[in-house]
Design a protein around this ligand. Structure first.
Ligand code: PHE
Length: 338
C-alpha cells in the first residue's frame, strides 16, 4: 500500500541519480524514468486510488510535493546543461565561408626605418632619439649656423617662440648626444622633422630623417665613405653605382652629398633624375671643429663624421614612389602594397 515512506524513497533515489547527470541525454533518460506519463512518479499517482479515504489528502499532498520538487530540480539542471553541454551547442556548418580577419602591417616608412636601423646596427651604430620641439640653439646655433643664415628664416622654420622651434632636421640630436656622452660615440638618430614648405609631390611640411654620427680619435673621410657605401649597397643592392659630390653644410667641413644611379633610367637620364642619371640620397661630411667647440669636445684630439638622409626620399627611391604625400594619406590601396 502507498505510503509516505515509499514516496520519500523515490525522492531520495531521484535526487541521487540526478547528482551524476552531466549530459542532456542522461537528464532526458531520468525524466522518462521518473516524470513521464509511464514514469515512477505517475505510477504512484495510479496507486493513490487504493489509499484509504482518511489518508488520501496527506499522501496526495506528499505526492504532489514530490512531483513539484522533481520537476523543479529537473528544469534547473536542464537550463544549466543547455549552456554547458557541448553536444547541444549549434553544429558548425563547415561549408560556410570563413570570417576574414584583416591583419595590419607596418607602415612602409616604419619598414624602411627598421631596415636602415638594422644595417647600421650591423656596422656598429646604436640608436638614439631626441625631441621634435627643439631649441634654436641645438637646431642652429650649436651646429654652426651663422645668426643670419637663411635656413633660420621664418619661411623654412616653424618657430614656437623666439628660442624654440620644430626641428628642421635631426642634426640637433648630434648636439644632445655629444653633450651627454664622452667620445667615442657611434649613433644613428631617426625622427620626424618639420619644414614650412609648400606641399607638393616632392616636399611635405613634415617628414623623417635618420642622422648618423661617429666621433673618435682619427676618424677619416675614407671611413665615412666606406660606411655609407656599405649601407647603400646593402639597402639598394650590391650592383649599385654611386658618387660623392662636394657640398656645404654649416656643421660639416668638408661636406658632400652622395648620389646613386637613377632607379628609373639606370643612369641614362630621365625626368625623375632631371636627365642627370643620378639621384641624391644623403648629405654628409666631417664634423666641423666649431661644433666640437660647442659641445666641449677637443678638436685637437677627436675627429668625426656625420650624415643625414630623408626616410621618405629613401623609400621613394627604393620602391619607385613618385609622390611623397602618399605616405601620409592613409590610402589602403597604397599601404597594402608593402
Ligand atoms: N641635416 C642635413 C639636412 O637636413 C643633412 C646632414 C646631416 C648633412 C649630417 C651633413 C651631415 O639636409
Amino acid at each position: 500500500m502507498l505510503n509516505n515512506k515509499i514516496i520519500e524513497n523515490i525522492r531520495v533515489n531521484f535526487e541521487n541519480e540526478l547528482k551524476s547527470v552531466d549530459k542532456l541525454q542522461l537528464l532526458e533518460d531520468l525524466r522518462i524514468k521518473y516524470l513521464s506519463r509511464n514514469g515512477q512518479i505517475s505510477a504512484l499517482f495510479e496507486q493513490l486510488k487504493d489509499v484509504s479515504k482518511e489518508e488520501k489528502p496527506l499522501i496526495g499532498k506528499s505526492l504532489n510535493d514530490l512531483r513539484n520538487v522533481a520537476a523543479n530540480l529537473f528544469s534547473d539542471l536542464k537550463a544549466k546543461l543547455e549552456t554547458t553541454d557541448t553536444n547541444k551547442l549549434p553544429k558548425i556548418d563547415l561549408t560556410l565561408p570563413g570570417n576574414k580577419y584583416a591583419i595590419g602591417s607596418k607602415h612602409i616608412l616604419t619598414q624602411t626605418l627598421d631596415e636602415i636601423k638594422s644595417i647600421f646596427k650591423g656596422l656598429g651604430f646604436s640608436v638614439n632619439e631626441g625631441p621634435e620641439l627643439e631649441s634654436d640653439y641645438n637646431n642652429f646655433g650649436a651646429l654652426n649656423f651663422a645668426p643670419d643664415h637663411p635656413a633660420r628664416d621664418m619661411q623654412d622654420t616653424f618657430f614656437i617662440s623666439k628660442d624654440f622651434l620644430l626641428r628642421t632636421h635631426t642634426s640637433p640630436v648630434q648636439i644632445r648626444v655629444m653633450e651627454n656622452n664622452k667620445p667615442p660615440v657611434r649613433v644613428i638618430m631617426p625622427g620626424r622633422v618639420y619644414r614650412n614648405e609648400a606641399v607638393s609631390s616632392r616636399s611635405y611640411c613634415m617628414f623623417h630623417q635618420v642622422e648618423g654620427l661617429y666621433v673618435d680619435t682619427d676618424v677619416t673621410f675614407t671611413e665615412l665613405k666606406g660606411t655609407l657605401v656599405s649601407f647603400a649597397k646593402q639597402f639598394y643592392g650590391s650592383d649599385l653605382k654611386y658618387r660623392f659630390r662636394p657640398s656645404f653644410f654649416p656643421f660639416t667641413e668638408p661636406s658632400a652629398e652622395m648620389d646613386i644611379t637613377c632607379y628609373i633610367c639606370k643612369g641614362k637620364g630621365c625626368k625623375i633624375c632631371k636627365h642627370s642619371g643620378w639621384l641624391e640620397i644623403l648629405g654628409c661630411g666631417m664634423v666641423d671643429p666649431n661644433v666640437f667647440g660647442f659641445v666641449d669636445y677637443d678638436p685637437e684630439k677627436v675627429s668625426g663624421y656625420a650624415f643625414g638622409m630623408g626616410i621618405e626620399r629613401t623609400a621613394m627611391l627604393k620602391y619607385g614612389i613618385t609622390d611623397i604625400r602618399a605616405f601620409f594619406e592613409n590610402d589602403f590601396r597604397f599601404l597594402k602594397q608593402f
